[in-house]
Ligand binder design. Structure first.
Ligand SMILES: [Fe+2]
Length: 297
């Protein structure tokens, strides 16, 4: 308790103000919105009562959130990044993911799904600029009982071999580099070419970077490719595949690694298969299936 205050009176007032704010929400027409705001109020007030911020600290917090908003642009989402580094994105993802098991596990959307992925034909190369280690990513989209899902749509995005997304380097990378919207074939199969992604640091030139420095945290994410897989009658899944053996698998800055999502990008020496994929032999090959849960009817 701070100096010069009557603890009992202060406690009584701080409790009363919480009740007053929660009561003020009674007229909220949407019951879920009322529930969310009432709970937010209680937790936020409890945090303030517990930590007793000074006015200067409170102003700094307001400045931090203001700068976070001001850092957002059409191609940068600092608030998503903040949610990611605080583990909130992973919590929300996990709470909303398939709890019965059997489907591909979900993970964070991340801040770089900022632009629509261009539709591409199966087998296309999403590494438009070249220069990275060529690889093939292939597999099937399946329902949980193993039935292939023809026409399933895969939205794919990844950083280039240097660890940057196209939107971070508009003067260096062509738009849509590392991105593709693919439609699975009649047997639910997908395949495309790309380069093996690299680990990368999340952007540290904004307020989230300040937070990481202030807390002595590393900004790195292990190498990964993002996917959103969707199919009629099924719950879409937002996920990554992580490159087995990548640095930072055990220290992801956004806490998004799940063991089931780590995949081998196997060294493959198979001239016939390389010809089929139109890629020089030998090549790296990641093969995995994406499994979706049927919607509850
Ligand atoms: Fe990413």
């Amino acid at each position: 308790m701070r100096d010069g205050k009557d603890p009992d009176m202060t406690t009584e007032f701080t409790t009363r103000i919480t009740d007053a704010v929660v009561d003020s929400l009674d007229g909220t027409a949407d019951p879920r919105l009322r529930e969310l705001l009432a709970s937010l109020t209680r937790h936020l007030h409890a945090f303030v009562r517990e930590t007793e911020p000074t006015m200067a600290e409170w102003e700094k917090a307001v400045d931090f959130l203001t700068t976070t908003g001001q850092t957002c642009t059409d191609t940068r989402q600092e608030f998503v990044l903040l949610s990611d580094v605080l583990g909130v994105s992973m919590l929300v993802e996990t709470i909303n993911s398939d709890r019965d098991g059997g489907a591909t596990e979900s993970t964070v959307l991340g801040p770089f799904h900022m632009t629509e992925s261009p539709a591409r034909v199966l087998g296309a190369d999403i590494d438009l600029a070249g220069g990275g280690e060529p690889c093939v990513v292939s597999g099937r989209v399946l329902s949980r009982d193993g039935t292939p899902l023809p026409g399933a749509v895969l939205d794919v995005w990844q950083a280039n071999a240097e660890g940057f997304y196209d939107v971070q380097q508009p003067d260096v990378q062509p738009p849509g580099n590392g991105r593709g919207l693919f439609t699975a074939d009649a047997e639910g199969r997908f395949w495309f070419r790309t380069c093996v992604p690299s680990p990368y640091p999340i952007p540290t030139d904004g307020p989230v970077g300040d937070l990481l420095r202030a807390t002595g945290r590393e900004p790195y994410r292990p190498a990964h490719i993002h996917f959103i897989a969707s199919a009629p009658g099924h719950v879409p899944v937002t996920t990554h595949i992580f490159v087995a053996g990548s640095d930072h698998l055990d220290s992801d800055a956004v806490f998004a690694v799940k063991e089931s999502l780590v995949q081998d990008f196997a060294d493959t020496d198979d001239p016939a298969l390389a010809r089929e994929f139109g890629i020089p032999n030998p090549f790296r090959h990641a093969r995995f299936d994406l499994v979706l849960t049927p919607e509850r009817t």
